[in-house]
Design a protein around this ligand. Structure first.
Ligand SMILES: [Zn+2]
Ligand SMILES: [Zn+2]
Length: 423
């Protein structure tokens, strides 16, 4: 008898990090993402060697470490097929592999695969085959449709059709980006299984509310003549906040580390991922920035009038952001404003706990789905079974309970190692 639709969580549900879902139907299997988790010296998905040879195709939703950096492990376990993704994701991947390696090595670990293996991954580009919303045949029995998920440059959701079964994977999804295009998923068929980004659990705050709080803080720091340090990822949030501050603080000085300024080149290159109104504002951003890349330029900058300074590394794992922190920490007027997830034991997390001197504050910034976003997606797709993903178990349980009380069914709060039979 042929087997039915099955899904296994190899990572990413009931936790934040190492997203990796194995989906099997009949004699076919696909893998959705293969990332690492920023804990200890790096935690990897529960890759099952006996199943790796069954995998027909791997799909990569976006370039973040928690979705892609364990792909070489899969190849070392014997996977020899393609990884389907977008060109924008592919272009950003080397940066995230490098960031992962430095994360691991700073904690005394070593990356568990050979560096050459990262170059052996064979990528295929979805947009070369068909535009957003059109089905692509991966094999005779596997079709995929993709769309922009609004989470980062090149990030996508996927809808798979595997021999008569429909599986939806949201990847990391953000419907409220002021920077990126989002294609709301819509399909003629109801998914048998959906794996949905529910990273913010029952939180109902909107992105605009969160951004207002952040902008008020920046205004406060500038008013007291302090520098504002913004440690941010090189792509995405950095340019989005930069653009926002240019508009909100027309008189303020804005300095941008070279890597982040270079991120603008990607916008031009991958303009179809960026909202049209934003591309129009690009010129404004260039006119207002000071680009820095050397210590003497940085020192000179800090001697001057207060600046908003964008530095690479949202968790402050980069040497540059740590250098700035050391320069700024002794003046109470300055502030380090964190806007992303600070994983345990990262420089940012430590700084939040034991800061001395200048203000260190953490702000939320939505790049995932909260309660209303998940509801909206469920209403829209009406999946039979849904795995709520990307948050710890307690948070996910809480969300599943609340959705259940509101009439939603088929919701699962799972953990790595869990295996479900869908039908
Ligand atoms: Zn992500
Ligand atoms: Zn993620």
């Amino acid at each position: 008898m042929k087997s039915s639709l099955k899904a296994e969580v190899w990572g990413g549900a009931g936790e934040h990090g190492r997203s990796c879902y194995y989906v099997e139907h009949q004699d076919m299997a696909v893998l959705l993402d293969c990332g690492g988790k920023k804990e200890a010296a790096g935690v990897y998905p529960l890759l099952d060697k006996t199943k790796v040879n069954k995998i027909t195709a791997v799909f990569l939703s976006h370039a973040h470490e928690d979705h892609g950096v364990a792909l070489p492990l899969l190849y070392e376990l014997g996977y020899a097929g393609d990884v389907w993704t977008t060109k924008a994701t592919y272009e950003q991947l080397p940066y995230y592999f490098k960031a992962w390696k430095s994360f691991v090595e700073q904690r005394g670990g070593t990356v568990p695969y050979a560096e050459e293996t990262t170059k052996e991954i064979t990528f295929r580009f979805l947009e070369d085959e068909a535009p957003m919303g059109e089905a692509i045949s991966i094999t005779k029995d596997i079709q995929v449709t993709w769309g922009a998920s609004g989470h980062m440059l090149g990030s996508i959701w996927l809808q798979l059709h595997i021999a008569g079964k429909n599986v939806f994977y949201s990847g990391d999804y953000s419907p409220e980006s002021t920077l990126l295009t989002v294609d709301p998923p819509s399909f003629p068929t109801t998914p048998d299984l959906a794996i949905i980004d529910a990273a913010y659990g029952i939180d109902t705050t909107s992105q605009q509310d969160l951004l207002n709080v952040l902008q008020d803080k920046v205004a406060e720091v500038l008013a007291r003549k302090g520098h504002v340090l913004m440690p941010v990822p090189v792509f995405g949030r950095s340019q989005e906040l930069w653009m926002m501050f240019v508009k909100r603080f027309p008189q303020a000085n804005i300095a941008v580390e070279k890597e982040i300024a270079e991120g603008l080149l990607y916008w031009k290159r991958w303009g179809n991922w960026v909202r049209e109104d934003v591309l129009m504002d690009n010129r404004l951003m260039k006119e207002r920035m000071t680009i820095v890349s050397k210590d003497e330029e940085r020192r000179e900058l800090l001697m001057k009038t207060p600046h908003i300074i964008f530095v690479p590394g949202g968790m402050m794992e980069s040497k540059i952001s740590q250098w700035y922190d050391k320069q700024l920490r002794n003046d109470e007027r300055n502030a380090v404003l964190l806007t992303g997830h600070a994983a345990a034991d990262t420089y940012a997390a430590t700084l939040l706990k034991h800061h001395h001197g200048c203000e260190v504050a953490s702000f939320r910034y939505k790049i995932h789905q909260g309660y209303f976003d998940v509801r909206h997606m469920l209403n829209h797709l009406q999946p039979h079974i849904t795995i709520l993903a990307h948050a710890n178990k307690a948070k996910t349980d809480h969300l599943a309970d609340l959705l259940h009380e509101n009439g939603y069914n088929g919701l699962l709060s799972l953990q790595p190692g869990d295996c479900i039979n869908v039908s």
